[in-house]
Design a protein around this ligand. Structure first.
Ligand code: FE2
Ligand code: FE2
Length: 247
Protein backbone atom coordinates (compact mmCIF):
# COMPACT_ATOMS: atom_id res chain seq x y z
CA UNK A 1 0.00 0.00 0.00
CA UNK A 2 1.24 3.47 -0.87
CA UNK A 3 1.57 6.66 1.19
CA UNK A 4 -1.97 7.73 0.29
CA UNK A 5 -3.53 4.58 1.73
CA UNK A 6 -1.41 4.76 4.89
CA UNK A 7 -2.36 8.39 5.53
CA UNK A 8 -5.97 7.72 4.59
CA UNK A 9 -6.20 4.81 7.07
CA UNK A 10 -4.78 6.92 9.91
CA UNK A 11 -7.14 9.79 9.07
CA UNK A 12 -10.21 7.52 8.95
CA UNK A 13 -9.13 6.01 12.29
CA UNK A 14 -9.01 9.48 13.89
CA UNK A 15 -12.32 10.65 12.43
CA UNK A 16 -14.11 7.41 13.41
CA UNK A 17 -13.00 7.90 17.03
CA UNK A 18 -14.07 11.57 16.99
CA UNK A 19 -17.48 10.62 15.61
CA UNK A 20 -17.86 7.78 18.13
CA UNK A 21 -17.09 10.23 20.93
CA UNK A 22 -19.66 12.67 19.59
CA UNK A 23 -22.16 9.80 19.64
CA UNK A 24 -21.17 9.04 23.26
CA UNK A 25 -19.95 5.50 22.59
CA UNK A 26 -18.05 3.64 25.31
CA UNK A 27 -14.27 3.23 25.53
CA UNK A 28 -14.14 -0.32 24.12
CA UNK A 29 -16.26 0.68 21.13
CA UNK A 30 -14.01 3.69 20.46
CA UNK A 31 -10.96 1.39 20.41
CA UNK A 32 -12.74 -0.92 17.93
CA UNK A 33 -13.76 2.06 15.77
CA UNK A 34 -10.16 3.29 15.65
CA UNK A 35 -8.88 -0.14 14.69
CA UNK A 36 -11.65 -0.46 12.10
CA UNK A 37 -10.57 2.88 10.57
CA UNK A 38 -6.93 1.77 10.46
CA UNK A 39 -7.73 -1.57 8.81
CA UNK A 40 -10.79 -0.83 6.66
CA UNK A 41 -8.81 -0.74 3.38
CA UNK A 42 -6.35 -3.54 4.24
CA UNK A 43 -7.75 -5.54 1.31
CA UNK A 44 -6.00 -3.08 -1.04
CA UNK A 45 -2.73 -4.73 0.00
CA UNK A 46 -3.57 -7.62 -2.32
CA UNK A 47 -4.89 -5.49 -5.19
CA UNK A 48 -2.16 -4.81 -7.81
CA UNK A 49 -0.40 -1.46 -7.22
CA UNK A 50 -0.85 -0.54 -10.85
CA UNK A 51 -4.61 -0.34 -10.15
CA UNK A 52 -4.63 1.29 -6.69
CA UNK A 53 -2.24 3.99 -7.88
CA UNK A 54 -3.27 4.31 -11.51
CA UNK A 55 -3.05 8.00 -12.47
CA UNK A 56 -6.09 7.96 -14.78
CA UNK A 57 -9.62 6.63 -14.70
CA UNK A 58 -10.00 2.88 -14.16
CA UNK A 59 -11.63 0.73 -16.85
CA UNK A 60 -14.77 -1.14 -15.75
CA UNK A 61 -12.75 -4.34 -15.55
CA UNK A 62 -10.10 -2.68 -13.35
CA UNK A 63 -12.76 -1.07 -11.16
CA UNK A 64 -14.40 -4.47 -10.64
CA UNK A 65 -11.07 -5.77 -9.31
CA UNK A 66 -10.60 -2.76 -6.99
CA UNK A 67 -14.15 -3.28 -5.71
CA UNK A 68 -13.12 -6.66 -4.30
CA UNK A 69 -10.94 -4.99 -1.63
CA UNK A 70 -13.63 -5.06 1.12
CA UNK A 71 -14.10 -8.83 0.73
CA UNK A 72 -10.35 -9.49 0.42
CA UNK A 73 -9.74 -7.43 3.57
CA UNK A 74 -12.56 -9.14 5.48
CA UNK A 75 -11.10 -12.54 4.63
CA UNK A 76 -7.68 -11.46 5.90
CA UNK A 77 -9.05 -10.00 9.15
CA UNK A 78 -11.33 -12.97 9.82
CA UNK A 79 -8.31 -15.29 10.00
CA UNK A 80 -6.89 -13.08 12.75
CA UNK A 81 -10.21 -13.16 14.65
CA UNK A 82 -10.59 -9.39 14.92
CA UNK A 83 -13.78 -8.15 16.58
CA UNK A 84 -17.12 -7.80 14.83
CA UNK A 85 -16.96 -4.02 14.41
CA UNK A 86 -13.60 -4.20 12.63
CA UNK A 87 -14.84 -6.98 10.32
CA UNK A 88 -18.16 -5.23 9.63
CA UNK A 89 -16.52 -1.88 8.77
CA UNK A 90 -13.97 -3.56 6.52
CA UNK A 91 -16.67 -5.41 4.58
CA UNK A 92 -19.30 -2.66 4.42
CA UNK A 93 -17.59 0.76 4.28
CA UNK A 94 -18.55 1.16 0.59
CA UNK A 95 -22.22 0.27 1.09
CA UNK A 96 -24.72 3.11 0.61
CA UNK A 97 -28.18 3.76 2.04
CA UNK A 98 -29.94 3.40 -1.33
CA UNK A 99 -28.28 0.07 -2.12
CA UNK A 100 -25.94 1.55 -4.75
CA UNK A 101 -22.78 0.55 -2.87
CA UNK A 102 -20.71 -2.62 -2.82
CA UNK A 103 -19.96 -5.50 -2.26
CA UNK A 104 -23.52 -6.50 -1.26
CA UNK A 105 -25.61 -3.50 -2.37
CA UNK A 106 -27.22 -3.50 1.08
CA UNK A 107 -29.87 -0.90 1.84
CA UNK A 108 -30.76 1.16 4.91
CA UNK A 109 -32.09 -1.45 7.35
CA UNK A 110 -29.39 -4.02 6.62
CA UNK A 111 -26.51 -1.66 7.41
CA UNK A 112 -25.06 -1.50 10.91
CA UNK A 113 -24.49 1.80 12.68
CA UNK A 114 -20.73 1.21 12.34
CA UNK A 115 -20.95 0.69 8.57
CA UNK A 116 -22.97 3.92 8.30
CA UNK A 117 -20.30 5.79 10.31
CA UNK A 118 -17.49 4.32 8.19
CA UNK A 119 -19.20 5.26 4.91
CA UNK A 120 -19.24 8.91 6.02
CA UNK A 121 -15.72 9.04 7.51
CA UNK A 122 -14.19 7.21 4.52
CA UNK A 123 -15.92 9.43 1.94
CA UNK A 124 -14.94 12.59 3.82
CA UNK A 125 -11.24 11.73 3.93
CA UNK A 126 -11.25 10.59 0.28
CA UNK A 127 -12.70 13.95 -0.78
CA UNK A 128 -10.25 16.13 1.17
CA UNK A 129 -7.10 14.16 0.27
CA UNK A 130 -4.88 14.56 -2.76
CA UNK A 131 -4.39 11.26 -4.52
CA UNK A 132 -2.80 9.97 -7.73
CA UNK A 133 -5.67 11.11 -9.95
CA UNK A 134 -7.14 14.25 -8.38
CA UNK A 135 -6.54 17.04 -5.89
CA UNK A 136 -8.48 17.07 -2.63
CA UNK A 137 -11.10 19.74 -1.94
CA UNK A 138 -11.33 21.79 1.25
CA UNK A 139 -12.94 20.16 4.30
CA UNK A 140 -15.83 22.66 4.25
CA UNK A 141 -16.57 21.99 0.59
CA UNK A 142 -16.39 18.23 1.26
CA UNK A 143 -19.08 18.59 3.93
CA UNK A 144 -21.25 20.65 1.55
CA UNK A 145 -20.81 18.07 -1.20
CA UNK A 146 -21.70 15.24 1.18
CA UNK A 147 -24.77 17.15 2.41
CA UNK A 148 -26.05 17.05 -1.20
CA UNK A 149 -25.48 13.26 -1.38
CA UNK A 150 -26.82 12.70 2.09
CA UNK A 151 -30.41 11.77 1.17
CA UNK A 152 -29.44 8.75 -0.90
CA UNK A 153 -26.05 7.77 0.44
CA UNK A 154 -25.73 8.42 4.15
CA UNK A 155 -27.74 7.99 7.31
CA UNK A 156 -29.26 11.37 8.21
CA UNK A 157 -28.69 11.18 11.97
CA UNK A 158 -25.13 9.89 11.66
CA UNK A 159 -24.36 12.60 9.11
CA UNK A 160 -25.77 15.22 11.48
CA UNK A 161 -23.51 13.90 14.27
CA UNK A 162 -20.58 14.03 11.83
CA UNK A 163 -21.26 17.69 10.97
CA UNK A 164 -21.48 18.45 14.69
CA UNK A 165 -18.12 16.73 15.17
CA UNK A 166 -16.28 18.47 12.35
CA UNK A 167 -18.28 21.72 12.26
CA UNK A 168 -19.60 23.20 9.03
CA UNK A 169 -16.15 24.72 8.69
CA UNK A 170 -13.65 22.07 9.85
CA UNK A 171 -10.14 22.76 11.20
CA UNK A 172 -7.85 24.20 8.52
CA UNK A 173 -10.63 25.65 6.34
CA UNK A 174 -9.71 29.00 4.75
CA UNK A 175 -12.54 31.52 4.96
CA UNK A 176 -13.29 35.10 3.99
CA UNK A 177 -15.13 37.19 6.58
CA UNK A 178 -17.73 39.93 6.20
CA UNK A 179 -15.10 42.43 7.46
CA UNK A 180 -12.90 41.61 4.43
CA UNK A 181 -10.42 39.70 6.57
CA UNK A 182 -9.17 36.26 5.52
CA UNK A 183 -8.76 33.59 8.20
CA UNK A 184 -8.07 29.93 8.87
CA UNK A 185 -10.36 27.83 11.12
CA UNK A 186 -8.51 26.77 14.27
CA UNK A 187 -11.20 25.33 16.55
CA UNK A 188 -14.92 24.64 16.71
CA UNK A 189 -16.95 26.91 18.94
CA UNK A 190 -19.11 25.28 21.61
CA UNK A 191 -21.86 27.80 20.83
CA UNK A 192 -22.40 27.29 17.08
CA UNK A 193 -21.37 24.91 14.25
CA UNK A 194 -21.40 27.83 11.79
CA UNK A 195 -19.27 30.24 13.84
CA UNK A 196 -15.90 28.61 14.57
CA UNK A 197 -12.82 30.12 16.23
CA UNK A 198 -10.55 31.43 13.46
CA UNK A 199 -7.10 32.98 13.06
CA UNK A 200 -7.26 36.14 10.91
CA UNK A 201 -4.13 36.84 8.86
CA UNK A 202 -4.90 39.06 5.85
CA UNK A 203 -7.04 42.08 5.00
CA UNK A 204 -8.51 42.23 1.50
CA UNK A 205 -9.40 45.88 2.16
CA UNK A 206 -5.81 46.88 2.93
CA UNK A 207 -4.48 44.19 0.60
CA UNK A 208 -1.81 43.16 3.08
CA UNK A 209 -1.11 40.73 5.91
CA UNK A 210 -2.42 41.79 9.32
CA UNK A 211 -1.53 40.95 12.91
CA UNK A 212 -2.56 37.34 13.40
CA UNK A 213 -5.05 36.82 16.20
CA UNK A 214 -7.68 34.26 17.16
CA UNK A 215 -11.29 35.41 16.88
CA UNK A 216 -14.29 33.50 18.20
CA UNK A 217 -16.90 34.24 15.55
CA UNK A 218 -19.71 33.22 17.91
CA UNK A 219 -18.81 36.21 20.09
CA UNK A 220 -18.23 39.02 17.57
CA UNK A 221 -20.22 40.76 14.84
CA UNK A 222 -18.04 39.35 12.01
CA UNK A 223 -19.14 36.24 10.05
CA UNK A 224 -18.00 33.86 7.29
CA UNK A 225 -19.10 34.87 3.78
CA UNK A 226 -17.18 32.33 1.70
CA UNK A 227 -14.92 29.30 1.80
CA UNK A 228 -11.63 29.60 -0.12
CA UNK A 229 -9.53 26.86 -1.73
CA UNK A 230 -5.83 27.20 -0.77
CA UNK A 231 -4.36 27.18 -4.30
CA UNK A 232 -6.79 29.75 -5.67
CA UNK A 233 -6.42 31.98 -2.62
CA UNK A 234 -2.61 31.93 -2.86
CA UNK A 235 -2.81 33.03 -6.49
CA UNK A 236 -5.51 35.63 -5.84
CA UNK A 237 -3.69 37.29 -2.92
CA UNK A 238 -0.22 36.59 -4.31
CA UNK A 239 0.96 35.18 -0.98
CA UNK A 240 2.54 31.92 0.13
CA UNK A 241 0.00 30.51 2.58
CA UNK A 242 2.42 27.88 3.86
CA UNK A 243 4.84 30.54 5.06
CA UNK A 244 2.16 32.90 6.29
CA UNK A 245 0.33 30.26 8.30
CA UNK A 246 3.45 28.24 9.14
CA UNK A 247 1.82 25.00 7.96
FE1 FE2 B 1 -12.28 1.16 0.67
FE1 FE2 C 1 -11.05 3.97 2.51
Amino acid sequence: MGDYLNLHSIAVCAVMIMLGRQMEMNHETLISLGLAGLLHDIGNAVIPDKLTSKPGKLTQEEYDIVKTHPIKGWEMLKIHKLDDIVLDVCLHHHERMDGSGYPDGQIFDALSLFAKMAAICDTYDSLISDNHYRKGISPANAIRQMAKWQESQFDKLVFYAFVKTMGLYPFGTLVKLKSGRVAVVEEQSKNSVSSPIVRVFYSTKMEEPIFQEWVDLSKVQDAIVSVEEADELSKKLRIDLRIMLAI
